[in-house]
Design a binder for this molecule. Structure first.
Ligand SMILES: [Ca+2]
Ligand SMILES: [Ca+2]
Ligand SMILES: [Ca+2]
Length: 239
């Protein structure tokens, strides 16, 4: 196939995958997407690919990457990183048009400091122990423009959920819980948290800060602790 034909096909695939509708994870059944993950003893872990819905995904969209499920979205300058992904799958927000600091920054397209503006994921969780939960995320960063994300709760985006940032652990799946601040652009530890009031059903949200972000799993704890390896196994609430 000639290069020009490949480009046309890639563009068509990109256009076809962009829409504003709520997107359910690919290759998951209705029953699976309704999973509610449960907090036990002050901790909860959830695979990124187990989101319930995705909204505001016109400019950029989270795509599930798994064996036999590689999205054909360009540009995406770095390779896939399925090796050592927890659950055998992860999400990547594509296309990734800003891979280096020299690439054009398009506010509201390939970057946003406004949480909930682009590609908002929602997860259902059951909280037995309300309190202040420190949030960690397992991410794979290969550059300086693919290492930011926002986290929110029950439709709100508190200041303590903005600008999660990774500087250490490049080119490997890395758990981190740091907030980018004026004082430290690489992030300050334990400033990313959610205050959860009331036991029962809640929603946790993640949305894009930088395109090309690769998102494997998230974790919350009442303690200041980060998982190692794949982290704890998610617990699905039984009816
Ligand atoms: Ca990539
Ligand atoms: Ca990027
Ligand atoms: Ca995963």
């Amino acid at each position: 196939m000639k290069p020009i034909a490949l480009i046309v096909i890639c563009c068509l695939l990109t256009a076809c995958s962009d829409n504003n509708a709520q997107i359910k994870p690919e290759e998951q059944t209705e029953e699976e997407t309704e999973k509610i993950f449960e907090e036990i003893d002050g901790v909860i872990a959830v695979e990124a690919e187990d989101f319930v819905t995705q909204d505001s995904s016109t400019a950029r969209m989270w795509h599930t990457i798994a064996a036999g499920q590689i999205p054909n979205i360009t540009p995406d300058p770095d390779p896939i990183h399925l090796l050592d992904a927890s659950g055998g799958a992860y999400l990547e927000i594509l296309p990734d048009t800003r891979a280096t600091h020299a690439d054009p920054l398009q506010q509201g397209v390939n970057f946003t400091n406004t949480p909930g503006e682009i590609a908002t994921l929602t997860y259902k969780v059951w909280i037995n122990t309300p309190g202040k939960y420190y949030v960690s995320v397992r991410a794979y960063s290969t550059g300086s423009e693919d290492n930011g994300i926002h986290v929110g709760l029950d439709g709100f985006w508190p200041e303590s959920g903005k600008r999660m940032q990774w500087c250490d652990g490049k080119n490997a799946w890395t758990w981190e819980s740091k907030q980018r601040t004026e004082a430290n652009h690489c992030g300050e530890a334990w400033k990313i948290y959610l205050d959860i009031f009331g036991e029962g059903l809640h929603t946790i949200h993640f949305s894009m800060r930088e395109d090309g972000f690769e998102f494997d799993k998230w974790f919350m704890s009442l303690e200041k602790e980060k998982p190692t390896g794949h982290g704890p196994a998610p617990v699905v609430r039984s009816e």
